[in-house]
Design a protein around this ligand. Structure first.
Ligand code: ZN
Length: 137
């Protein structure tokens, strides 16, 4: 009964659906900015709304406020290449994301992420990658 209520509520309340969708985007990148890797606090439209971009997953990426504000209405790759934190692996990830291959995009992002724990045989630490459904095959 609760489930049916929830669906009903979502239909009535698109904002709730929107919030869930945004949350799921942040989850994809582990709550980190797709451009610089800092904490993602916003959703950036790759193709800005002002230029006809739409709010669909392929056009929306988790971004920190700094990147979101700095990019503004610029063409994403043009802007990104000029950033100090530019990382070609992230650029590839963004490309994959736009093309709808989120799995590849996420894999590239994980690759780009600096590893704090490079030592093998540390049994205390369980792999944090288990949080992701996507695993490198
Ligand atoms: Zn950022």
């Amino acid at each position: 009964m609760h489930n049916r209520d929830a669906v009903f509520l979502e239909d009535l309340c698109p904002k709730l659906q929107d919030r869930r969708w945004r949350k799921s985007l942040h989850k994809f990148t582990g709550q980190s900015c797709i451009y610089c890797g800092k904490k993602s606090e916003s959703i950036d439209h790759i193709n800005p709304l002002s230029k006809g971009g739409v709010s669909i997953t392929n056009n929306c990426v988790p971004a920190c406020l700094s990147c979101n504000g700095s990019k503004s209405d610029s063409e994403v790759f043009f802007w990104y290449r000029n950033q100090r934190f530019y990382d070609p692996r992230r650029a590839m990830a963004i490309r994959a994301w736009i093309e709808g291959d989120l799995r590849l995009g996420i894999r590239l992002l994980q690759w780009a992420k600096p590893k704090n724990n490079s030592r093998d045989g540390n049994l205390d630490k369980h792999s944090k990658n288990n949080d992701f459904d996507v695993k490198a095959a």
